[in-house]
Write a new protein. Structure first.
Length: 422
């Protein structure tokens, strides 16, 4: 009969992991080490899987992912082959550092590179990887503190449980690397270029020549994926298409009603941004933002800010708590928000003077403050004759709309300038 004792047992005294003799007693050390090895190996696989996308974004981000992956793989092997105290301490330090970098990237930015101040979205793969790393830290601390010395009377049950846990880890890690997550995981480079293949994203459109996207909120989805370029179009049925046609006829009537900035200002619209390439100068009537109505867009977009500047598009800014509003018929009106990195930078008059990429300090230096528009949703509608934008009628950006921030759509671009956003 097995007898539980308080006699100390050291990691170096524990035999190599393997199935215990049936009916015998063993310690918790071996099952824990198998679990730690599985968690560490799975985290390494996820880091390897997403390293290429991060190399595209910035070389140092890619190096970090590959370096972390190799070290986590080495830890996995060491947990099984040489589980010394120094290995456990090194694993705690490594995984704590990786978790800290992840936390910073989701709350304040990573301090270096093109995403220095950008808060990335929280997604399933990175949450899974961080959870695995936290488990490794917890397991190593447990072994270092002596928990592994505890004896198990039903040791075979422990190995079966660990085996099931390892299968679950393998399955969820494989799922995190499926195209649902990896295919859309595309970032911008420092120049703002998209490395996804697209026949219409060439770098030669007036919008692209003017510089990087004016705002992260317009080109990043809710999971932080970069989607500059043509907006995918889903099929719609006959009834929805007929309704959409009626709605767009109503929207085009608005274009005829307010052809110039002077017309918009007489109707109560107020300038809320300077002219910005790809999205125009925004004139806003905030009283119209309470609900969606194709006949009364709350924003009108122009090719400049002089009284004679011409309309180039419409924008529906709608306050709608609980999610995107029910807008145009069909599934292709993809609404966006401006809440990345603390939101846009506004001055005291409610005008946007800086994009989401600005930090609080940078915004303050311009005399503004960052504002998150939590329940405010936006949608551009490119229905102006001559600006039927080739990236889609509801695309966040119009590729034919170039120019210079603070100028007009017809000025030569000024590459590299930081543009405020809508």
């Amino acid at each position: 009969m097995a007898v539980l004792t308080d006699e100390p047992v050291f990691v170096s005294d524990i035999p190599e992991p393997g199935p215990p003799v049936e009916g015998g007693a063993s310690t918790l050390d071996a099952p824990l080490r198998w679990l730690l090895a599985g968690c560490s190996a799975a985290a390494a696989v996820i880091h390897f899987g997403y390293a290429p996308a991060h190399f595209d974004q910035y070389w140092l981000y890619g190096v970090f992912f590959v370096g972390a992956a190799w070290l986590q793989l080495a830890c996995a092997a060491a947990f099984l082959l040489r589980p010394s105290r120094s290995v456990l301490v090194a694993a705690v330090v490594l995984n704590t550092a990786v978790v800290a970098v992840w936390a910073a990237s989701r709350t304040s930015g990573v301090w270096i590179g093109p995403n220095a101040t950008v808060k990335e979205a929280v997604r399933f793969p990175d949450v899974l990887c961080t959870t695995l790393e936290v488990l490794v830290v917890w397991g190593c601390v447990a072994l270092l503190s002596g928990l592994g010395k505890a004896r198990l009377a039903a040791s075979r049950v422990a190995f079966v449980a660990i085996g099931c846990a390892l299968l679950l880890i393998a399955g969820t890690s494989a799922y995190a690397l499926t195209p649902r997550y990896t295919a859309a995981h595309v970032h911008t480079t420092a120049a703002g270029h998209n490395h996804a293949t697209s026949p219409l994203l060439t770098g030669e459109t007036p919008c692209e020549k003017s510089g990087p996207p004016p705002s992260e909120g317009e080109v990043l989805d809710t999971e932080g994926h970069f989607h500059r370029g043509p907006a995918p179009q889903a099929p719609i049925d006959e009834a929805a298409r007929a309704q959409l046609e009626t709605q767009q006829q109503q929207a085009r009537a608005v274009v005829d009603k307010y052809p110039t900035v002077a017309d918009a200002e007489r109707a109560g619209y107020v300038q809320s941004t300077v002219y910005v390439p790809c999205i125009g100068a925004h004139y806003t009537n905030i009283a119209l933002s309470r609900s969606f109505d194709p006949t009364t867009p709350s924003e009108l977009l122009y090719d400049g800010t002089t009284p004679t500047s011409r309309i180039v598009g419409l924008s529906y800014l709608v306050y709608n708590p609980g999610g995107a509003p029910s807008g145009f018929a069909g599934p292709n009106d993809i609404w966006h928000q401006h809440n990345f990195n603390g939101g846009l930078c506004f001055n005291a008059f409610g005008q946007v003077i800086g994009s989401e990429s600005l930090s609080q300090a940078q915004c303050g230096a311009l005399g503004g403050r960052k504002v998150e528009l939590i329940d405010t949703w936006m949608l551009h509608d490119w229905v102006v004759p001559g600006f039927e934008c080739s990236w889609g009628v509801f695309a966040p950006e119009c590729p034919e709309l170039g120019g210079r921030t603070g100028g007009t759509a017809w000025d030569p671009p000024a590459p590299g300038q930081q543009s405020p956003a809508s």
